[in-house]
Each structure stands twice: as structure tokens, then as C-alpha cells.
Design a binder for this molecule. Sequence first.
Ligand SMILES: Cc1cc2nc3c(=O)[nH]c(=O)nc-3n(C[C@H](O)[C@H](O)[C@H](O)COP(=O)(O)O)c2cc1C
Length: 144
Amino acid sequence: MAAEAGANRVGIKISPEMNYNSITDAAPQETYAYLVDQLRGWGLAYLHVALFGAKFDYHALLRPRFEGAYLIGGGLTQDSAEGVLYEGKADATVFGSAFLANPDLPERFRVGAALNAADRNTFFAPPTAKGYIDYPALAVAEAA
Ligand SMILES: Cc1cc2nc3c(=O)[nH]c(=O)nc-3n(C[C@H](O)[C@H](O)[C@H](O)COP(=O)(O)O)c2cc1C
């Protein structure tokens, strides 16, 4: 990908200890430290580390190993994401399900609007529009 598009247009996402689909790793700290060490010098645009309940502080382990932008995601709210940025723990924060359920998520954050709740039942359902492009956006007057 980097050869085709330029490394500065390519990022990588990792999710240490994410056990979805029965993924296991006997030594995730060693695995991910090694992986990120191997990325050094590639000039990638970003490293995105998504954590879903891991007890270990992977950000302390991984961020110093990477020279590009460091992104944190996984279970964030507007408040917790702002806390991450305020404390300088990441260069940017990442939202998944909230963005899926709120096509205008940044605008909702900006105006303090309520969020549509994501419907987990449609996350991995057969690909149809339902749960992907049918969540309502804010009315124009509300967003103004
Ligand atoms: C419908 C859906 C599908 C996803 N598929 C993948 C995937 O294939 N690979 C992956 O690394 N993460 C996947 N994710 C996780 C997101 O990339 C992101 O890490 C996560 O949603 C962030 O946490 P949050 O939803 O709490 O903001 C998916 C998330 C959703 C909601």
C-alpha cells in the first residue's frame, strides 16, 4: 500500500488483547512491541491503537516506539476523548460505533446534541442499508 499510495497516506490499526472471533495471543505485550518496532522508519501516517478493556497500558508501551501520529480508540465518549487529547496521550481519537449511528457526529459534539444509540444487532448483519446508512442526521435547524 505504501508503495502504491505513499507511506504518508497509509496507517495501521492494531487492537491488542481484542479477543473477537476467539483471537488469543500468549504474549501480546511482546507481540505488539515487536510489531511497532518493525514499523519504525516506514514513515506511516499513523498508528491507531484500539483497546477494548485491556488492563495493561499499551499506550505507554507503544507510543514511544512510533514516530508518526498516534491515535487512540475503543469505547470513547466525547468526554473521555477530550480527556485523552487534553492529557496529550494521543494526537487524535477514533470513534467507530458512534460514527456509524451518527452521520454528523462531529457536529453533534460541537453543539452538544444527543447521540443516536448504535444498534448492535445490525453491526455484523448481512450487508443491507439497515444500520449503515439509515441513522437520522440532525435537523438543519438543530445543527445550526
Ligand atoms: C460494524 C462494525 C464493524 C467493525 N469491523 C471492524 C473490523 O473489521 N476490523 C477492525 O479492526 N475493527 C472493526 N471495528 C471496530 C472499529 O474499527 C473501531 O475500532 C471501534 O468501533 C472503536 O470503538 P467504538 O465503537 O467504541 O468507538 C468495527 C466496528 C463496527 C461498529
